[in-house]
Design a protein around this ligand. Sequence first.
Ligand code: G4P
Length: 282
Amino acid sequence: MQFQWYPGHMTKAKRQMQEDIKLIDLIIELVDARIPFSSRNPDIDELGKNKARLILMNKADLADPKKTEAWSGYFKEKGCFTVCVDARSKKGMKLIQNEIMAACKEKIERDRKRGIKNRPVRAMVVGIPNVGKSTFINTYAGRACAKTGNKPGVTKGKQWIRLNKNVELLDTPGILWPKFEDQKVGLHLALIGSIKDDILNTEELAETLLNLLMSSYPGVIAERYGVKEEETAAGILEMVAKARGCLKKGDELDYGKAASLVIDEFRSGTIGRFTIEDPKDR
Ligand code: G4P
C-alpha cells in the first residue's frame, strides 16, 4: 500500500500556518494517543520555534494508559508541556489551563518586566486532519463561542475566542499535513482511520492490524475472536467471516466485510485500548 498527501494542500496549509503562528504565543498541538509519533508532523518544531508548546495526547480514552504515560514522559523530555485528554469530554480541561500558564511562564514574566499587565496568552490549536481539533475547540471553548466565525455575515478575518481573562484562542485550527516519508506512518494513520478507507486494501490492513496486536498485546485477539493464539491473521479473518455471517451472494465468505468489522472494532475501542507505537523506538 502506498500513502501520500496532495502537495497542493500541503503548500497552502503550510503558508496559512506560517501566517497564523506570527500572531500567537503558544501552540497547542493535538496528537492521537494511539499513534503519538505518526500523528505528528515534525515540521511543527521548525514552524513553531520560539513559541511555547503544549502537546495534547487526544483520544486517550482509546489508547493504552501505560503507554500514554510513557509518551507523555517522552514529550516532556523534549521540552513540551503535555496533557492527556478525551476532547469529547470536559475531563482534563482544568489541567490544560494550568499547563498553558506553565508553558507561557517566560512570556508572562517578560510582559511583567516590561510593565505590560494582563495581556492574555494567545494560542492556536494545530494537528493533522481528524485528530480532534474541532472537537477540542468546541469542548474547551464552548459550542457557541467556537462557531462565531462561521456565521454568515460575520466579518472574515481572524476570530479570537476569549477563554478567560488569561487565554485567547484562534477559532480556526491549523491543519498540519501528515508526513509519509516512512510507509509505516501511512499504515498507522490508515489503521486509526485518518486516511480514506476507499483507497485502502481492507483485508491487507486488517491482517496487518491483527499481526500488530497479536505481537504487542498477546492473548487479546485470541480472546475477542475465540481463536487459537497461534492462528494466522488470514485464518482469523476466515473465522470472523464464518462466525459473524459475512457472506457474499452464493454464500461465499466475504473477507472484505470481516476485515472491515475487525478494523471498526479496533477503531471504536471495542477490542480494547491500544497504542501501536512505542517511545522506545524513537
Ligand atoms: P479535526 O477537527 O482534527 O479534523 O477532528 P474532529 O474534531 O472533527 O474529530 C474527528 C473525530 O474524532 C470525530 O469523530 C470526533 O468525535 C472524534 N474524537 C475527537 N476527540 C476524541 C477523543 O478524545 N476520543 C474519541 N474516542 N474520539 C474523539 P467522527 O466519527 O468524525 O464524528 P462523531 O463520531 O463525533 O460524529
